[in-house]
Design a protein around this ligand. Structure first.
Ligand code: ZN
Length: 329
């Protein structure tokens, strides 16, 4: 999960509001309910429930209970996995809890993730509490499509628009994970190659999980009536199609990296590098190559992309490629 960028205007507004005792009763947080939106909501809650002087500390029992969604004074609501809807009963339970005295004697909070999945009856239930919010209560609605909420809900909430987090597949952080692997190349032994191939596979497993959730959300909204077996197949097919796009991006970055190694092994000035900021690492890697072996490495990586198009199993492609990339010493 990504960290909240505490330098953003949105965060400054919340922190100052809290410090001045002017925190609103209800906020619509426009961001990803699984990514930056949820993290932002958690950070606001930590302001309320952190036990340290410098809030939020992210370490105390209060902060940890927020992170694990187990704090007794916070009720989390999100769409049911099957219907992708938030039902009025769940909203009612949330409202009742917020009207009760807090266990810890302080704040009570309710969070609705993917708030746009509320049906009209849920939204109307929620409206009542927005009209008369209980004291020391905070309601957070997290959504990436605020236009789907009733205008009367929007008008009673303060809106926080988070900076765009990029594509969900990028939220999975593959670029960072990939750079971590590239920095450890070339593998120094067969064992090392197997370890790196495993990490490479793990990178795609993470991306795939994020993509599958994204596709499921989209499908749930569009096709509530489709039968489960059919839905599962469509989700699988769409997820794999998107995974292929990410994989081809990954292979392209990996090939570019090896072209930089080849340039250096061919004694070209480092000024021409694509990964100029990694030049020290690249120089170290090029020192372990000859021009011929660096050229071969580029070919191995380009071969990975071609083999994947022929539907050879991932694990097999990765294991073999990383083994071929081994350079001793
Ligand atoms: Zn804390």
């Amino acid at each position: 999960m990504e960290a909240v960028d505490y330098s953003t205007e949105a965060w400054a507004g919340i922190r100052n509001g809290y410090a001045a005792g002017r925190l609103g009763h209800a906020y619509v947080i426009v961001g990803s309910p699984r990514g930056n939106g949820r993290t932002f909501a958690e950070s606001i809650l930590k302001l309320l429930f952190c036990m340290e002087e410098e809030k939020p500390c992210h370490r105390c029992a209060g902060c940890r209970l927020v992170d694990s969604h187990k704090h007794a004074d916070i009720l989390w609501v999100e769409p049911q996995s099957k219907s992708r809807q938030i039902l009025a009963d769940e909203v009612r339970a949330l409202i009742q809890r917020m009207a009760q005295t807090a266990f810890a004697g302080g704040w009570k909070a309710g969070v609705v993730l993917s708030a746009d999945c509320m049906n009209p009856s849920s939204e109307n239930t929620l409206l009542k509490t927005l009209e008369e919010p209980p004291s020391k209560s905070l309601l957070l609605l997290v959504t990436d499509s605020p236009q789907s909420l009733l205008p009367t809900i929007l008008s009673r909430c303060q809106k926080i628009v988070l900076p765009a987090a990029g594509k969900p597949s990028e939220e999975a952080g593959w670029r960072e994970a990939l750079m971590g692997i590239l920095h450890e190349l070339p593998p120094s032994s067969g064992l090392d190659a197997a370890r790196l191939a495993g990490r490479f596979k793990g990178l795609f497993d993470t991306v795939k999980a994020v993509l599958a959730e994204e596709v499921e959300t989209e499908m749930g909204r569009m096709a509530g009536e489709m039968d489960e077996e059919k839905l599962k197949k469509v989700v699988e097919a769409r997820t794999n199609a998107r995974l292929k796009e990410v994989q081809s991006d990954v292979f392209r970055v990996m090939a570019d990296w090896h072209r930089d190694v080849l340039l250096l092994a061919s004694r070209v000035e480092p000024g021409h590098l694509l990964f100029a900021s990694d030049s020290a690492v690249l120089i170290g890697q090029a020192a372990r190559h000859t021009q011929a072996s660096a050229l071969q490495a580029v070919e191995i990586v380009e071969g990975m992309a071609r083999r994947q198009e022929r539907n050879i199993p991932d694990q097999h492609i990765f294991d073999e490629a990383f083994r071929q990339l081994v350079r001793n010493g």
